[in-house]
Write a protein that binds this ligand. Structure first.
Ligand SMILES: *Cc1c(COP(=O)(O)O)cnc(C)c1O
Length: 491
């Protein structure tokens, strides 16, 4: 069976069920599958599979300590009647390129694709594990993971969840979505800090040996893309989108394509790299960054340096400087050199910086390209998509759309559309019309009028829902806050 090993110490090796339950390895590293090259997804076979069948085929190859029957049940439970489209995703045209629409799920963000199935994977894994423990999921969010995770886990038996979001770092609608979530096992807290602070808080708690030793009735887990149960379901849509272009006779089977990915924590684009590794014909993965362009600089120079200003932008879900999943890519590119990865991560912690060697950089550049998109270009892109291509796109998608305009190499570009434009109504409206309106809700209605598109059901009456969560804490208070919850769960 396939091992998932910690990026910082290969000795810490588990099968996928345990990796999904624990989220992060105890040494702070990220569980990463090894020997993925052994998997060859048969594209011919994929041609006639619907989304559920394709997901079952791919996931049972990667998460191979689940039986195929178990995976199938998770897939059916996760992807039946949860998305507006039967096939979960849509591939549509935008100018000469293609949009991979990933936002038709329950919270209108691409995170739904993984988070609708994660609770089922987790519950299934848990059945074969230590059933007496309560699972406590800590989640840091830059806006979209939070709501998608809350919706996915609310009222799930034996699982409890706390979401931390940056106080001034999410859109008004994202905040409302989270703070109106019902369910007796959910908890939402805003933190006076940015996303990196929230993520650091959560990671520190995982690494806290004392907590793990003392509170034995509680198992900590994660709904962030540091959990492979979040990451792996995202591999599926790369294949699905590829097959869609083959079926529409845009490309021939085995022709290569590029995927343009608006990137924050590097989870989505890493899923693309895993797809490439197991047989999806991908030429380049284009990492599109907003003003927090630490990844683009890294892809160009091999130097990862977070000693720079943090900006809040129109695309808040990408306002991140420490992109967790990059650690997994480096591990894969270095042929599992855990000592080296540990050194890089220690450097990052101590000095906010590390530099990879030339050989590794070359290897990275064979698969990845970085494109930086400015705020003004993001606005122009939304404007252009609407007026020229007749498409309404959100600011994150717009970053990728603009990057796609800047990057052409003769292969077809598939742009990942990661959120509904209605989630960021005022930014989208003002980019299109030049005018912002009073509230996000009136912006949403105005946007529906001018685009003649329907507001997604989950957002439509969001102003009428009762606010159920309104806690704010300082970063320093985070650990105590979590400790109290853990103690209560442990009793
Ligand atoms: C989370 C998110 C991203 C970034 O995805 P990563 O996997 O963190 O790189 C991009 N766009 C939207 C709308 C998101 O919610």
């Amino acid at each position: 069976m396939r091992l998932f090993v910690s990026t910082r110490n290969k000795e810490n090796a588990v099968f996928s069920k345990e990796a999904i339950i624990s989220g992060l390895a105890k040494d702070g590293g990220l569980y990463t599958p090894i020997e993925l090259n052994d998997i060859r997804i048969d594209l011919d076979k994929c041609l006639d599979l619907n989304y559920q069948e394709l997901a079952t085929y791919i996931l049972s190859n990667i998460l191979d300590d689940f039986t195929e029957k178990e995976i199938k049940a998770c897939v059916i439970n996760g992807y039946t009647d949860t998305f507006k489209t039967d096939d979960v995703i849509l591939v549509t045209n935008i100018g000469n390129d293609f949009l991979l629409e990933l936002y038709h799920g329950p919270t209108s963000a691409f995170k739904d694709v993984a988070l609708t199935i994660l609770p089922h994977l987790l519950s299934t894994a848990y059945k074969t594990h230590d059933k007496n423990k309560k699972i406590y999921i800590l989640t840091a969010t830059s806006g979209d993971t939070g709501k998608a995770a809350l919706e996915a886990f609310k009222d799930v038996k034996n699982i409890y969840i706390t979401v931390f979001y940056p106080q001034d770092g999410v859109s008004e609608i994202q905040e409302r979505q989270m703070n109106t979530t019902r369910g007796n096992n959910v908890d939402v807290v805003s933190v006076a800090g940015n996303f990196d602070d929230c993520q650091r808080l959560v990671k520190t708690i995982y690494e806290d040996g004392e907590i793990n030793e003392t509170y034995r009735n509680v198992q900590l887990s994660s709904a962030n893309s540091i959990n492979i149960g979040r990451l792996m379901p995202q591999v599926v849509y790369y294949f699905k989108a590829y097959i869609a272009l083959v079926k529409n006779e845009v490309i021939k089977l085995n022709d290569k394509v590029n995927f343009i990915v608006p990137t924050g924590n590097f989870g989505d684009i890493l899923a693309g790299y895993i797809a490439k590794t197991i047989g999806c014909p991908i030429n380049r993965l284009v990492c599109a960054s907003n003003r927090n362009n630490v990844l683009v600089d890294f892809i160009n120079t091999g130097i990862y340096d977070i000693n720079r200003k943090f900006y809040t932008t129109m695309s808040p879900s990408m306002d991140i400087l420490v992109s967790s999943n990059l650690e997994r890519l480096l591990f894969m590119l270095s042929d599992c050199d855990d000592k080296r990865i540990k050194r890089y991560m220690d450097d990052l912690n101590a000095n906010g910086r590390y530099e990879i060697d030339k050989k590794m950089l070359k290897k990275l550049q064979r698969s990845f390209v970085g494109v930086y998109v400015k705020e003004s270009e993001c606005k122009e892109a939304i404007h252009r998509a609407f007026h020229k291509d007749n498409r309404l796109i959100d600011p994150h998608t717009a970053i990728a759309y603009q990057a796609s305009n800047k990057y052409t190499d003769g292969h077809k570009n598939i742009i990942l559309a990661t959120a509904s434009p209605f989630k960021f109504s005022n930014s989208v409206l003002s980019s299109i019309t030049g005018l912002a309106v009073r509230s996000e809700i009136s912006a949403m209605n105005r946007l529906a009028q001018i685009s003649k598109e329907e507001i997604p059901a989950n957002l439509k009456d969001i102003d009428k829902l009762e606010i159920l969560h309104n806690k704010t804490i300082k970063i320093e208070e985070g650990r105590d806050y979590v400790m109290e919850r853990i103690k209560a769960l442990n009793d």
